[in-house]
Ligand binder design. Structure first.
Ligand code: DQA
Length: 145
């Protein structure tokens, strides 16, 4: 099956968006790195949207297809109770949902210190650049293995 790697608002601008914070790699670079480390029998399905409704729909899709999820909720992390409730549907269904962040939000502005997603996630990985996603992939492997 697929591992869904879902990215929220403004992450389509990776590479040019605040490279001092997020690095110079693009979403396509990230996709290539994830593809090269995908576990046998799993395809990486990496997506990005600025639309909260679309992101929620993708979480329903994860439930319907029993797919593990690696989620970077971006700014929705800090205030979207709707996304939190959808994330809870995934983990309550017994599926893995790992919250990832490129930066370490705890080392940044106060409003980034709280995540409304973390309480319903399987676990959280933050602060390792694109490696946060690779570490999350490793975590998915360990949990499935
Ligand atoms: C982010 C951190 C969020 O605070 C921010 O709104 C983002 C990216 C990260 O990956 O570090 O858009 O989720």
């Amino acid at each position: 099956g697929s591992i869904l790697v879902l990215n929220g608002p403004n992450l389509g601008r990776l590479g040019s968006r605040e490279p001092d914070v997020y690095g110079s790699g693009t979403l396509d670079d990230l996709r290539a790195r994830l593809d090269s480390e995908a576990p046998p029998g799993h395809a990486i399905d990496l997506r990005q949207t600025n639309d909260e409704a679309e992101l929620i729909g993708w979480l329903y899709e994860a439930v319907d297809t029993s797919s593990p999820v690696i989620l970077n909720p971006a700014a929705f992390t800090h205030y979207s109770y709707a996304l939190r409730d959808a994330a809870a549907l995934v983990t309550k269904a017994g599926l893995i949902l790992i919250e990832v962040h490129i930066s370490n939000p705890h080392a940044r502005e106060e409003f980034r210190h709280n995540s409304v997603i973390s309480g319903v996630a399987t676990g959280v990985i933050a602060g390792f650049g694109f490696d946060s996603y690779l570490l999350a992939l490793d975590a998915v492997n360990r949990l499935l293995g």
